[in-house]
Design a protein around this ligand. Structure first.
Ligand SMILES: C[C@H]1O[C@H](OP(=O)(O)OP(=O)(O)OC[C@H]2O[C@@H](n3cnc4c(=O)[nH]c(N)nc43)[C@H](O)[C@@H]2O)[C@@H](O)[C@@H](O)[C@@H]1N
Ligand SMILES: O=C(O)CCC(=O)C(=O)O
Length: 376
């Protein structure tokens, strides 16, 4: 079976975890600090704060942005459910906007229509690694005095107008889940240039503890910590950070390899008129976290049939990005909501295998099977 994805992990990561375990310091400590410094340097951000995953990164971003009950946050419905969940964790209401049918990124015009006096922030997702038009959203947020938060779960290493995702706004959240371009098992990171956010995020991720364990460990004087506000246990472990450091060293290579495979798919499928391929506009650089194909009206086969036929032929696929408003857990948020573009994009698209290193035979197999089933 050709898998949909596989993290690129080698002896390097295994050795790094082994070495870290033997140091005797295994949760948030020196390795987390090193990972944060290297991640900040990689993205160009001033600060990076490591967290247990991107969902917790989004949750803390909501808290430091001062979002709470009675507030509305505009986000896409067409995203993994964690995006909207983070808004609900703080008691605020997710207000769903449409996406662009080509890039799957949140639609600026629809966002603008959905701004109300209760709107506090816009949560922009760089969907499956394709950067959103972040400058346009910054401008909109400035005009309406709204906070901007970026869900860059899938977008590590992607760039917008020549700058890596991670520097364009005050809160950018990344994921290192195994389905992402680099992984630490689970894991997350926030980049920011705001010292005030940096300081508070460090407190919030570890129970609001005023003097952290490492500082106490290294102290020559007896010190006692205070817990200055309600915090959380959202730490990344040093074992995971050791993996992250090794992954970061390979990230540009991984992305270059992913882009080569994406190019192969583009070239192989561009003549097929019943499908639409991902679009990377001028100034946008995707890490191709996923390669999504949209089945047009004239496609001879339904999306689900195509997925089944490919599975029968030994090729894994996944449905297109989900819509949150149609999930059972969102029943009370979906009343009267109309998102035809998002529903269509979600229902008519599939994600096809892309991982590194993907053997040439597998790339050809995916291409040939899709062409064969589509009769091209
Ligand atoms: C971006 C989203 O991607 C994922 O959805 P998905 O439907 O595209 O992928 P999944 O069904 O989770 O499959 C992930 C694939 O990634 C590979 N993989 C390799 N290791 C793992 C692992 O530890 N956990 C998971 N879930 N997957 C792993 C396998 O090939 C596996 O089939 C979800 O897991 C979401 O959690 C995620 N936000
Ligand atoms: O929890 C998941 O499966 C995916 C969400 C994610 O990528 C994260 O929280 O880091």
């Amino acid at each position: 079976m050709i898998p949909i994805a596989k993290p690129y992990l080698t002896q390097d990561e295994a050795q790094a975890t082994y070495d870290t375990i033997l140091t005797g310091w295994i949760t948030q400590g020196p390795k987390v600090q090193e990972f944060e410094e290297k991640f900040a340097a990689y993205t160009g951000a001033k600060y990076a704060i490591a967290l247990s995953n991107c969902t917790t990164a989004l949750h803390l971003s909501m808290i430091v942005s001062g979002i709470g009950p009675g507030d509305e946050v505009i986000c896409p419905s067409m995203s993994y459910i964690a995006t909207a969940n983070a808004i609900r964790y703080v008691g605020a209401k997710p207000v769903f906007a449409e996406v662009d049918p080509c890039t799957y990124n949140i639609d600026l015009a629809d966002v603008e229509k959905k701004i109300t006096p209760k709107t506090k922030a816009i949560l922009v997702v760089h969907q499956i690694g394709m950067p959103a038009d972040i400058n346009a959203f910054k401008k909109l947020c400035n005009t309406h005095n709204l906070k901007l938060i970026e869900d860059a779960a899938c977008a590590v290493g992607s760039s917008y107008k020549g700058e890596k995702i991670g520097t364009h706004s005050d809160l950018v959240c990344f994921s290192f889940h195994p389905r992402k371009v680099m992984s630490t098992g689970d894991g997350g990171m926030i980049t920011t240039s705001k010292e005030e956010y940096y300081t508070r995020l460090k407190l919030l991720r570890q129970h609001g503890m005023s003097v952290n364990d490492r500082t106490r460990h290294l102290s020559s004087k007896v010190v006692f910590e205070d817990h200055v506000e309600l915090g959380y246990n959202y730490r990344l472990t040093d074992i995971q950070a050791a993996v992250g450091i090794k992954q970061l060293e390979k990230l540009d290579w991984i992305i270059a390899e992913r882009r080569k495979i994406a190019l192969r798919y583009h070239q192989a499928f561009q003549q097929i008129d019943c499908i639409r391929l991902p679009v990377e506009q001028e100034g946008y650089f995707s890490n191709y976290q996923s390669y999504s194909v949209y089945l047009k009206e004239n496609c001879p086969i339904s999306r689900n049939e195509l997925m089944q036929k490919l599975l029968d032929a030994g090729v894994s696929t996944r449905r297109g990005i989900m819509t949150t408003h149609r999930e059972t857990a969102y029943a009370e948020y979906s009343k009267g909501i109309k998102l035809p573009v998002s529903e269509d994009a979600s229902d008519r698209s599939i994600i096809i295998p892309l991982y590194v290193p993907m053997p040439e035979e597998e790339i050809s197999e995916v291409i040939n099977k899709i062409k064969e089933i589509l009769g091209r």
